[in-house]
Design a protein around this ligand. Structure first.
Ligand code: ADP
Ligand code: MG
Length: 329
């Protein structure tokens, strides 16, 4: 494009809250035929709220007795109630900045549940947290995190399934068998499933229209998320993305490969995301597009930034790109 056309396009973009990183980008955007949306914070508000807390697992009925006869230390702890499950989860998540964690901590405060900050805390990316609390070692996270730590997640499956079908992110809570104050972090800690907590996010008001308009123009629309399959499909359905065009349970380091995979048939994709997790995928896609309120890392990796955080501005970016190019012909 001529410098003049680039200047006009860039300026029109800026006026509309669409920042293009240079003239090349302005030209490339017009050619995309596929849009890949990250779910959390991109199609949804990313403002999680705690919605459910429940005792689940072998300990839920008669478990305390069993624990005691097993020589376990549950009798030393507060009674296994929903409130205790929330106390454990909030304590474990107190050191995490993940939106799911912040919602749990906030939810505990709102409900007047007292909890102490974790003594030690380990983030397991794409899975959850492992923390040392005053009640012992605690795990909060998805099925993989618990299974990798030897916990049978089957007793919670029915509840998890129901919550996920509502589009909520359900998380499992497990407590190790060590005595309070004696929590050690040896790898052979035996964890016991104690409950389930769930956070819900709200789909952005314009997400459905944005997806509809893009599809109407003949673009393929995908969703990629680290969230589980059922939650992802429930959200996809809400915004009008085909459930077959959803890639769920994608680990942070796998997001870029997932974009490559979508582009493997020669399609030219714009990846739209907000998180640190999304940065490699933004850099890999034909066009990377960051949500303005997203992390600096995402904005840095992206070619386009949507200042209004509005997924409908993806179409605006395409229109501006087309307009600025038709002017020079
Ligand atoms: P997304 O791609 O949607 O931003 P992440 O890759 O950060 O999601 O996380 C994927 C999944 O791992 C979450 O849906 C959740 O089940 C689990 N998870 C991640 N971080 C946490 C946490 N701090 N506490 C509990 N669960 C977590
Ligand atoms: Mg995100």
């Amino acid at each position: 494009a001529t410098p003049a056309a680039t200047m006009v396009g860039t300026a029109t973009g800026a006026r509309n809250g669409v920042l293009f990183k240079g003239g090349d980008v302005l030209e490339t955007v017009r050619d995309i035929d596929t849009v890949v949306f990250d779910k959390t914070g991109t199609l949804t508000e990313g403002a999680m709220e705690l919605t459910d807390v429940e005792v689940v697992g072998p300990a839920a009925d008669g478990g305390r007795e069993k624990a005691a006869t097993d020589g376990g230390a549950l009798e030393e702890r507060p009674e296994l109630t929903d409130e205790f499950v929330l106390e454990l989860a909030a304590s474990a998540e107190s050191g995490s900045e993940h939106p799911l964690a912040e919602a749990i901590v906030e939810g505990a405060r709102d409900r007047g549940v007292d909890f102490a900050d974790a003594d030690e805390f380990e983030n397991v990316p794409g899975q959850g947290v492992r923390a040392t609390t005053e009640h012992g070692e605690v795990l909060v996270g998805n099925r993989k995190l618990l299974r990798d730590n030897g916990v049978d997640t089957d007793p919670a499956e029915e509840r998890m399934d129901a919550l996920e079908r509502e589009g909520k992110t359900a998380m499992l809570v497990a407590l190790a068998d060590g005595r309070p104050g004696e929590a050690d972090r040896s790898p052979d800690q035996e964890f016991r499933l104690v409950g389930v907590v769930a956070d819900a996010d709200t789909v952005k008001e314009s997400a459905k229209r944005a997806v509809g308009d893009l599809r109407e123009r003949g673009l393929d629309v995908w969703m990629i998320t680290g969230d589980n399959e059922r939650t992802a499909r429930a959200v996809a359905e809400q915004v009008g993305i085909d459930p077959d065009d959803v890639r769920a349970e994608v680990l942070p380091e796998e997001k870029a490969a997932a974009v490559e995979d979508i582009e493997a048939d020669g399609s030219r994709a714009m990846m739209v995301g907000d998180g640190v997790n999304d940065a490699p995928a933004l850099a890999t896609a034909t066009v990377g597009c960051a949500i303005g309120s997203g992390t600096d890392v995402a904005i840095e990796a992206a070619d386009v930034t949507l200042l209004r955080d509005d997924p409908a501005d993806v179409l605006k970016a395409i229109r501006i790109s087309e307009a600025s190019l038709s002017k020079i012909k």
